[in-house]
Ligand binder design. Sequence first.
Ligand SMILES: *[C@@H]1O[C@H](CO)[C@@H](O)[C@H](O)[C@H]1NC(C)=O
Length: 255
Amino acid sequence: MSCVLYLMVTVVFLAVITRVRGYSFKTCDLEEWSSCSKPLSGIMDSGLTYFSSKPDLDMLCPDLKEALRCIHAYTRLCMNLHRRKHFRKLFHDTNIMITELCSNSTFQEEYLKHASCMQSLQTQNQICFDKYAKDITSIQLETDQKVQIKEKVTPDQIVTYAKRKREAADMGIRSVCCSFQEYTSCSTRTVERSCGNEAAEFSKFFMERMSSAMIKNHCHDYTPEKCGILPSSSTSISSSLISLSAITFLSFLFR
Ligand SMILES: *[C@@H]1O[C@H](CO)[C@@H](O)[C@H](O)[C@H]1NC(C)=O
């Protein structure tokens, strides 16, 4: 994953051994972050194709809730107040959605009504997702290379360096947002085609809540039209599927 991310987390919070309610983080680095958020990646990356039955939900919900607690502890112990606020905002709706999915039986019924059809789309959605994941990885690499300090930066180079970094970040954001739009439209078309409008509506609702306020805020300038992607056939669907790696990446660009 992103070296920027890794560097950032490591440099700022290096070797702080911290502990809260049974959680402890030795390095606060990307690995610790990833192991916290791993259970969420699955659902965020594959959306409604992830669960298809009540037993699935019952089995996975403890892990999801655990992931939320772990992320909470991580932000508390590994981040300063400013970044913590930022991250909590980022995960606010995700928190609500996981709680609904795992604790509200009305919501679960609604979800499971569409889940089996959605699950049959796993392979098709995977094709959309693989392309997206590949794009995100290369955007991250590219952005990292551009913002890396190769030699020592002298004081008079700092302004240029900061400007270059800003530009690289802007390009990175544009690319992330457009890849994301492309994924969304690929995935939405798949759902509409095979499971019908109602399923697509539910998917849209779920994914919009799962996706962070952040993507909505920072990607609104990059509409499918601006990214050169054909909009979905149904105008009512503007669903935003979200991958954890993309929000993590974006959140670090906006640190
Ligand atoms: C449970 O989910 C239903 C359907 O989404 C919703 O209308 C209701 O407000 C939820 N109940 C609670 C207690 O959040």
